[in-house]
Design a protein around this ligand. Structure first.
Ligand SMILES: Cc1cc2nc3c(=O)[nH]c(=O)nc-3n(C[C@H](O)[C@H](O)[C@H](O)COP(=O)(O)OP(=O)(O)OC[C@H]3O[C@@H](n4cnc5c(N)ncnc54)[C@H](O)[C@@H]3O)c2cc1C
Length: 386
């Protein structure tokens, strides 16, 4: 761990306890927890990966992952929303450390309290990181964007939006950033979902939004597995996996505490002494333990070298799916009372379902892992054999 690791973990614990008090209410009302984001800002949590000399904590990927698991145990929605800001900053901090000075500006902005969020998902056509159906037209001095994006977590609080659009002249993908108050840009609350209800993952509407040339870049950043792609995918996958693992760890802690206090009529011992519950807890532990070990092992090995794509994908796939299975088992151990919204396991059961839906989704992850296992290049053409 680096970046005053112990202080960061203590801060994450304090914030998780505080946010945990209102996580049920945030979920039930499906409201965005502005007060949590304000606390993350003033406590320095949103500046964790920013280098110390620029005003942050200089926390590395391992430290941010640990902190995000803890935070998610208190309020998973807040942790996931914050994640969309943190992962990009972490990748930018590594770019700066690698000598890419152009990463400095975003880190300096974020150090002042600016919140950054974005969406790569086109509202009508879903996610394709290599293309976008939101059109961008070249105009004098920049681009005009018209269309709609979805799944923009943090939308109610972000100051800078980043995303992708497809150039109408067919020359590629535009990666751009724009201030929240840009004329023609608006955010619409469409986020009435079964899970992660407090992330404010609204739609974003572009009505002829002008993006100046200096705020945009043409190209497909993920086409080549270079250091830049690795940084983005590692920061994204490992922190997202940590959020969902944090839900599973909190679900086990809740289940253990609940069942060890619950005694059914006529029983001398709490229900946690029943064999089904003991074996169930063993199964959950046996799901969580290798998931945490894989995540931490991958992070340790990453300190020495750039990881291959399929190893990063493996973390995201294995950890988020283990988390779903672990919370499912906890939910069944708690029994019928787990259906009541007054118990946090009901919310955890729904929230954890979102894990495998983040990119790379299960199908794409398995395709990547399968190709690597078979020695088939990731970009082999045709994609499927006859
Ligand atoms: C809680 C939550 C918060 C999110 N926040 C953000 C955010 O802040 N910013 C952001 O950019 N995104 C965010 N996302 C969106 C996410 O990145 C996805 O875009 C979104 O979940 C829709 O993607 P999808 O692949 O499920 O849907 P679709 O793109 O509609 O895909 C539908 C199905 O087709 C499969 N599929 C898609 N493409 C292929 C392919 N090429 N080959 C094979 N199968 C394919 C998918 O696996 C899926 O099963 C968030 C998602 C969640 C769940």
């Amino acid at each position: 761990m680096s970046g005053s690791g112990r202080d960061v973990i203590a801060l994450a614990r304090e914030l998780a306890a505080e946010f945990g008090e209102r996580a049920g209410e945030v979920d039930r009302e499906g409201r965005f927890p502005h007060e949590n984001i304000a606390r993350l800002k003033e406590s320095g949590y949103l500046q964790l990966p920013i280098p110390e000399e620029l005003g942050g904590s200089g926390a590395d990927l391992s430290t941010v992952c640990r902190a995000q698991s803890i935070l998610a145990g208190g309020c998973a929605s807040t942790a996931l929303a914050a994640n969309m800001h943190l992962f990009g900053l972490g990748a930018a901090a590594e770019s700066l450390a690698d000598g890419q000075d152009e990463a400095r500006m975003v880190l300096q902005l974020a150090a002042t309290g600016i919140v950054i969020g974005g969406s790569f998902t086109d509202a009508a056509t879903g996610l394709n990181v290599r293309a976008s159906s939101t059109p961008a037209e070249r105009v004098e001095g920049g681009y005009k964007i018209h269309g709609r994006k979805a799944f923009c977590s943090l939308a109610p609080a972000l100051d800078i939006f980043y995303g992708t659009a497809g150039l109408t002249d067919g020359t590629g993908l535009l990666l751009f950033a724009i201030g929240r108050d840009a004329p023609g840009l608006s955010f619409v609350d469409t986020w009435d979902t079964m899970a992660m209800r407090g992330t404010g993952s609204w739609d974003v509407i572009f009505d002829e939004v002008f993006v100046p040339e200096f705020m945009a870049q043409v190209g497909t950043p993920w086409d080549e597995w270079d250091r830049r792609s690795e940084r983005m995918l590692s920061w994204f996958s490992c922190t997202v996996a940590s959020v969902y693992l944090g839900i599973a760890e909190a679900a086990l802690a809740f289940t253990a505490s609940y069942l060890s206090k619950r005694t059914l009529g006529g029983m001398k011992h709490p229900i946690s002494r029943q064999p089904g519950i003991i074996f169930g807890a063993g199964e959950v532990d046996a799901l969580i333990r290798p998931a945490r070990a894989l995540l931490e092992d991958t992070l340790r090995r990453r300190e020495d070298r750039v990881l291959p794509a399929h190893e990063v994908v493996a973390v995201k796939y294995c950890v988020t799916n283990a988390a779903v299975a672990a919370v499912d088992r906890c939910f069944r151990m708690v029994g019928g009372s787990g259906l009541y919204r007054r118990l946090p396991i009901e919310r955890m059961f729904r929230d954890v379902q979102a894990g495998p839906l983040h990119p790379p989704t299960n199908d794409l992850a398995l395709e990547g892992l399968g190709r690597a296992a078979l020695g088939i290049p990731a970009d082999a053409q045709p994609r499927w054999g006859d």
